[in-house]
Design a protein around this ligand. Structure first.
Ligand code: ATP
Length: 209
């Protein structure tokens, strides 16, 4: 299947669509309307129709979308046949929670290896994932691990990212509040839970439903 160029905003919604469509397929449903999808994933149906038009899924009036077509499109586009292997750096409270969290339940992402500098954590297995000392990052990081989750203290986030940049890592999910610079060949996404929570509270106060 050709991989069409999809706008970023659309690409970000693909995992959401994929999860719902997979469940529909498992329950034996053959087709779905944009209104049903809209209700389930909380994205307005005009956006869904536009998103789907990018990957050639043209819903028919009164019929909707073919679930199996969508499923095969999503699983190819999102590389669901392949497991995405992930490293986690910083086995603190948040990092430990991620090591215990079963990402493969909802998508084919798996944390395979963790790093820390705390001698009490190094050498242990947490959620069946081995923890190595950061000193051994370059030697222990498997070649097929291209994504890293960063859950270190903010103060060391940049220096850890600098080291990651010298490995085969291509993407970093940064959970620290630090804003990090990375070389152009690396994609970095920031998730600051405190900011997200504050934003929600701000909206609750200023834009009550
Ligand atoms: P904890 O209570 O276990 O310390 P925390 O999330 O409050 O958890 P943080 O101070 O945010 O702790 O540190 C997160 C983790 O990052 C800790 O396990 C710490 O040992 C580890 N860490 C600190 N510096 C580095 C570093 N340079 N490289 C890798 N890991 C580091």
């Amino acid at each position: 299947m050709d991989q069409p160029k999809i706008p970023h905003a659309t690409a970000k919604r693909l995992p959401l669509y994929y999860r719902f469509i997979k469940n529909l397929s498992l329950s034996g449903k053959q087709r779905v309307s944009s209104a049903e999808l809209s209700e389930a994933v909380k994205v307005d149906s005009a956006t869904i129709r536009r998103d789907f038009s990018y990957f050639g899924a043209l819903g028919k009036k009164g019929y909707g979308y073919n679930v199996n077509y969508l499923l095969s499109f999503f699983s190819q586009t999102l590389d669901q046949e392949d497991i995405t292997r992930v490293a986690l750096i910083g086995v603190g409270n948040l990092g430990t929670a991620f090591l215990h969290y079963n990402f493969t339940k909802n998508n084919n992402t798996k944390i395979e290896i963790a790093f820390d500098v705390d001698e009490n954590k190094v050498g242990k297995q947490i959620g069946e994932i081995p923890v190595y000392h950061l000193d051994h990052l370059e030697t222990e990081l498997p070649d097929n691990v291209k994504v890293a989750i960063l859950t270190v203290p903010a103060g060391v986030a940049q220096s850890v990212a600098d080291r990651l940049a010298k490995t085969g890592i291509e993407g970093i999910l940064n959970f620290t509040p630090a804003r990090i610079d990375v070389p152009a060949h690396i994609r970095i996404h920031h998730i600051d839970l405190a900011v997200e929570l504050q934003t929600l509270v701000y909206f609750l106060k200023n834009y009550p439903k």
